[in-house]
Design a protein around this ligand. Structure first.
Ligand code: MTE
Length: 376
C-alpha cells in the first residue's frame, strides 16, 4: 500500500475499503484484472502498526532447544547468502468474507467486516525456512517453530498479549514456507513486513508473520493467543470438533475452497448482449478442479473455463460467456470444487469469530434492456 510522508494512504479511496488499521482490496476497481495483485493494491492486515526497522542492525534470531547450532543471528545479507527461491502464492486473511455471514446468513460476527478482498496473490522471493532451520542445526526431535513479529505488542481491552506470534508445526515449516524479503520483485513494503516476513502458503494469513524478529525452534509444543484465543474455531460444536476430545482440531491451518467474480457487485449488463463473466477461485493448499456459474438463482449450473495457471496455493482465473435474456435484477452465483473434492456449499456453519466463510457467494447485477442504452 502506498502512503504519503505522513503515513496516510494515497489511493484516494479507489483501490481499497478501509477498516481501521486494515485495508481491503476493492474488486470494484476496474483495472484489477491481472493474475498477480499489484503490491500497491494488496490488502493489509495489521494488528497495530508497521514498525520502522533499520535493516543494517536488524537480525533474525534462531534459537531454542530444537536447534543444536546455538542461538544464531542472521543479517539480511547472510540470509540471502543461504540461497534464493521465487514463487507465486496467494495470501488470505482467516476472516476474509466475514461480512457475508451477516449479509447472506443473517449471522453478524464481530471483527473486521471483510467482503472478499482480504486475499492477494504475489510473487515472493526469499530463502526456504527449511534451509534456515537446517543451517541453524535443526534437531530431529524439533516439533515446532514460533515466529515472532517486531511490531508493537498487541493490547486489546486492557490486556497486553505481547508480540504477534503463532506456532508453526515442523512438518509445515519444512514443506513450502519461505522467509521472504521481496514481493513482486521489490523489497517488502513496510505494511507487508519489511525487511523480512514468512510466507506460509495455503494457510490462514496469520501464520505468515511479518517483520520477522525471531524463530524459536522447540522440541515441545506451546501455544500463543493467536492459536488459542484467536484464529481458532470457537462456538457451539467447536470445542471438540472431531469428537476425539482433542480441542487442537479447532486450531486453524488450511484455508477452504472459494471463488469470486471480478465484476463489481451491482454492475449493469445489457439484455441480449454477450457479457464475459470473469473471476478467480482458490483453495488453500489445493488446486481448483472446476468452477461453475449459475445465472438462475442456483437452479442450473454451467462449467466455466479455467484460464491461465492453476497451481497449488495460488488462484486460477476463470471466464464464462453469458447473454442475459431479459432486463431486471439478477443474482449470479459461482461455485468452486478443489482437487481434494471439496465443493463450496450454499451455507456454512458459523463460528463465534466469523472465520473461514466459504459458502457460494451471491453476486447481484442489473440487466438493462438494450433500448435503455444510449446510442453513441
Ligand atoms: N504479522 C505481524 N507481525 N503482525 C500482524 O499484525 N497480521 C497477520 C499476518 N502477519 C500480522 C502478521 C494477518 S492476520 C494477515 S492476514 C497477514 O499478515 C496479512 O498480510 P499483509 O498485510 O501483507 O496482506
Amino acid at each position: 500500500m502506498l502512503r504519503d510522508p505522513d503515513g496516510n494512504p494515497v489511493d484516494g479511496g479507489k483501490w481499497f475499503t478501509h477498516h481501521g488499521t486494515d485495508v481491503e482490496t476493492n474488486w470494484a476497481a476496474t483495472d484489477l484484472l491481472s493474475y498477480r495483485t499489484p503490491t500497491e493494491r494488496f490488502f493489509v492486515r495489521n494488528h497495530t502498526t508497521a514498525p520502522e526497522i533499520d535493516v543494517a542492525s536488524w537480525r533474525l534470531e534462531v534459537w531454542g532447544d530444537g536447534v543444536d547450532g546455538g542461538p544464531m543471528a542472521y543479517s539480511l545479507d547472510e540470509l540471502k547468502a543461504l540461497g534464493e527461491t521465487t514463487y507465486d502464492r496467494a495470501l488470505e486473511c482467516t476472516g476474509n468474507g466475514r461480512r457475508l455471514y451477516d449479509e447472506q446468513q443473517g449471522e453478524f460476527r464481530p471483527g473486521t467486516q471483510w467482503g472478499l478482498g482480504a486475499i492477494g496473490l504475489a510473487s515472493w522471493t526469499g530463502v526456504p525456512l527449511r534451509t534456515v532451520l537446517e543451517d541453524a542445526g535443526l534437531r530431529d526431535d524439533a516439533v515446532q517453530v514460533m515466529p515472532v513479529g517486531l511490531d508493537p505488542s498487541y493490547v486489546c481491552e486492557g490486556t497486553d498479549y505481547g508480540h504477534v506470534r503463532r506456532p508453526l508445526p515442523i512438518e509445515k515449516a519444512l514443506d513450502d514456507v519461505l522467509v521472504a524479503w521481496e514481493m513482486n520483485g521489490a523489497p517488502l513494503e513496510p505494511d507487508h513486513g519489511f525487511p523480512v516476513r514468512l510466507v506460509v502458503p495455503g494457510w490462514v494469513g496469520i501464520a505468515s508473520i511479518k517483520w520477522l524478529g525471531s524463530l524459536e525452534v522447540a522440541t515441545t509444543r506451546s501455544e500463543s493467543p493467536w492459536s488459542t484465543k484467536w484464529y481458532r474455531m470457537h462456538g457451539p460444536g467447536y470445542d471438540d470438533p472431531d469428537g476425539t476430545g482433542d480441542p487442537q482440531a479447532a486450531v486453524l491451518d488450511r484455508m477452504p475452497v472459494k471463488s469470486l467474480m471480478d465484476l463489481p457487485p451491482g454492475s449493469e449488463v445489457v439484455a441480449g448482449r454477450l457479457t464475459v463473466l470473469r473471476g478467480r477461485a482458490w483453495a488453500g493448499d489445493a488446486t481448483i478442479a472446476a468452477v461453475e456459474v449459475s445465472t438462475d438463482d442456483g437452479q442450473t449450473w454451467e462449467e466455466a473455463t479455467l484460464t491461465g495457471p492453476n497451481e497449488r496455493s495460488c488462484w486460477v482465473e476463470w471466464e464464462h460467456p453469458w447473454t442475459p435474456a431479459a432486463a431486471g435484477d439478477q443474482v449470479i452465483r459461482t461455485r468452486a470444487t478443489d482437487s481434494s473434492g471439496r465443493t463450496q456449499p450454499d451455507r456454512v456453519p458459523t463460528n463465534d469469530d466469523g472465520y473461514l466463510f466459504w459458502a457460494v457467494v451471491q453476486h447481484p447485477v442489473t440487466v438493462t434492456s438494450s433500448s435503455s442504452v444510449p446510442v453513441a
